[in-house]
Design a protein around this ligand. Structure first.
Ligand SMILES: Nc1nc2c(c(=O)[nH]1)N[C@H]1C(S)=C(S)[C@@H](COP(=O)(O)O)O[C@H]1N2
Ligand SMILES: [Mo]
Length: 382
């Protein structure tokens, strides 16, 4: 519909407006292949999932969130190549057909934007004002990155794999490249995905090829993957430094942090959401089922508790049967309201390392890793 020149002009206008002001309530918009989403930007697309997307263990593709820094590249699966170079004995250039001929693995995993929940930090942090829906759980299928690296024969001294997608830098926004440690790259769940929930990875989610880095922040999950470079040192481009860094020690809310006091982010924290009832729900009377989801970076969920008395007492919720590292765990709790009026429902998850959610996530200058205990208000009418 738009010519490139027109869309590029929009993009430059958007860049000029950065850092973005908090949206006074994102609007709904229909994008091809998507149900109405909360729109933070229409170009490049930044779309947040509505809460009902989390009623199921796998997040439906038409409701899965989207986050792009740059305009989407042109994609031609027939001529797609994934090159592997750098500290390797056998540089590779693999077609999709060659990748499909390799052993394929299925990995369920949560993809979560590092800034998911940024909109809840006080004082407010500039940037996309994500609420709860900057994440989703999908079943990814593809080739182990370890198998590709084994073919390329990594040389001694390698420590990192730089991943680059086909999207290119525009104006002052640099090319989007991320480095992951060779240790993470070689884990069996780190895959180069061709499928998402049983379909070819949709273009908007990085099809035909995207990196899946379970438990690590979404920034690492490179879309339209076409280049891997094995290196001794971590890439030091804009998206590794200063972007996606977190204070080495807690800082007073609202303060600046020196670059040398920031460290690269890797795993995501333990987190839970009440999906139903929705905040503001009016309940006629009687028992009410509280349902939600929990997940915990690279770990499993061991326990979810619900409080209906503002955190004074906590009851254990029933956990769903799907129980994998780095994936959603559903929970449910049958609540018998003590009487009519306004009630606050809270959820708190605990992971397989014993980590649990804080009352208030630590403020940080980029608004990353928001994982406060969830709270939803309900009015019981009778
Ligand atoms: N090539 C490329 N990969 C990318 C990005 C990008 O802008 N370009 N954004 C990253 C970020 S910050 C996130 S949160 C996820 C979002 O993936 P999704 O749009 O499929 O939900 O993709 C990551 N991979
Ligand atoms: Mo992100």
């Amino acid at each position: 519909m738009n010519s490139w020149a027109a869309t590029r002009k929009d993009f430059l206008r958007l860049l000029a407006a950065m850092p973005m002001a908090p949206l006074a309530g994102a609007q709904s918009l229909t994008v091809p292949g998507k149900r109405p989403m909360l729109v933070h930007n229409d170009f490049p697309e930044v779309l947040e999932s509505p809460l009902e997307a989390f009623e199921t263990w796998l997040t439906p593709l038409d409701a899965f969130f989207v986050r792009q820094h740059l305009p989407r590249p042109k994609v031609d699966p027939g001529s797609w190549k994934l090159t592997v170079d750098g500290l390797v004995d056998m540089p590779l250039s693999l077609s999709l057909a060659q990748l499909k001929a390799m052993p394929m693995y299925t990995v369920p995993a949560v993809l979560e934007c590092t800034g998911n929940g940024r909109g809840y930090f006080k004082p407010a942090v500039p940037g996309l004002q994500w609420k709860k829906g900057g994440m989703g759980n999908a079943e990814w299928r593809g080739v182990k990155l370890a198998d590709i690296l084994a073919q390329a024969k990594v040389k001694p001294g390698a420590g990192f794999v730089d991943a680059d997608g086909a999207d290119k830098g525009v104006a002052k926004t640099p090319d989007y490249i991320r480095s992951i440690s060779l240790k993470k790259a070689l884990l069996p769940d780190t895959i180069v995905a061709l499928e998402m929930n049983g379909q070819p990875v949709p273009e908007i989610h990085g099809g035909p090829l995207r990196l899946v880095v379970p438990g690590w922040n979404g920034a690492n999950w490179i879309k339209w993957l076409n280049k891997l470079t094995v290196a001794a040192q971590m890439n030091n481009g804009f998206y590794m430094n200063p972007a996606y860094r977190y204070p080495k020690r807690p800082v007073p809310p609202g303060t600046a942090v020196k670059p040398e006091d920031l460290a690269v982010l890797e795993t995501m924290p333990v987190k839970s959401f009440i999906v139903s009832p929705a905040d503001g729900y009016k309940h006629p009377s009687g028992a009410l089922e509280v349902r939600g989801i929990a997940w915990a970076g690279e770990r499993k969920i061991m326990k979810v508790e619900v409080s209906t008395d503002r955190g004074i007492t906590w009851s254990t919720a029933q956990l769903g049967k799907e129980n994998f590292d780095s994936s959603f765990r559903m929970f449910r709790y049958s609540w018998k309201p003590s009487g009519p009026g306004y009630h606050l429902l809270m959820s708190r998850a605990t992971d397989s390392k014993g980590a649990t959610q804080p009352i208030d996530a630590a403020w940080n200058p980029s608004g990353y890793l928001w994982n406060s205990i969830d709270r939803v208000g309900v009015v019981v009418e009778g």
